[in-house]
Design a protein around this ligand. Sequence first.
Ligand SMILES: *Cc1c(COP(=O)(O)O)cnc(C)c1O
Length: 351
Amino acid sequence: MFELANLIRPNIRAMQPYSSARDEFQGEARVMLDANENSLGSAGPELFNRYPDPHQRAVKAALAKLKGVAPEQIFLGNGSDEAIDLLVRLTCRPAQEDSILILPPTYGMYEVAANLNDVRLERVPLTPEFQLSADAVKQIIASEAKLVFICSPNNPTGNLLHAEAIEQVLRNFRGLVVVDEAYADFAAAPSWTTRLAEFPNLVVLQTFSKAWGLAGLRLGMAFASPDIIGYLNKIKPPYNVSEATQQHALAALADAPHFEQMRQELLEGRTWLLEQLPGLPIVAQLFPSDANFLLVRFRPEATAVYDYLLGKGIVVRNRTSQPGCAGTLRLTVGTPAENEQLVAALREYAA
Ligand SMILES: *Cc1c(COP(=O)(O)O)cnc(C)c1O
């Protein structure tokens, strides 16, 4: 059975977290001489001389409202990539002692985080339709891995994984179940954040890098039980989300209509590409997408198409070497003009 304390590395359970100046004193004093900041001001055009809120209270309050969770169920990181690394480090002893489970083809950072932390990697491949087979679910449930990364909608394939299979994993796997929803805003399915109360082993990852259009800002979210979030807070660098990022995220959250308008436009772009691409003779297979990209299988030779597009100044992602993805390129939905350029170039190649 799932028992959180058994999954946390003993040294992390035992250690004292860093106590920052901003942990020991919160609020505004007239004279702030506790953190070795520069009271005179900042070089550069804007004032950033004070350390940021290490718990990002204002951003979490706004996010809690938007996502229908409690602030204590939210962790914020320097991109969701930081949350991925912290989740691996939280649960897995290094020196190949413990393992994580991934479901290829999937997002590359899980494997990098495992390698970086000297943690074993177990691979349970998805089916040719990029779903979890009944046998795969059995393998996951039987595994001793400390956590499994389930990317849904999956990168680079674009599809949602069937909810029933994920639910079986949540009910029976002993480790943490991390559902990476970087592309949830483009998906026609409820977020797994709506199921947090049911599953104490569930961690949901989301990001400001995709639908919010803030990849350069570096802000990722993890949603989980207050106990799991407490452990992530215990091991994070104290000031992992900058003041500039916190201010900008608050402004973005207050600008929800712009987010929604861009989201709709990207969904329309996806629909348009889905209509255009099947008509091209070099397109052999188009995979269903709940994300802001399409995985496309080209014939006779995807890498030749990739090089040809590059020559036209259009860069896409070559996924031909990923398991189950032979002959495929991953095409991000762009502006309407960019989508038209892409299709025009592909049509010309075909001719
Ligand atoms: C893009 C992406 C992320 C986002 O990572 P950030 O560090 O938040 O930019 C996370 N997971 C997947 C599957 C992605 O494709």
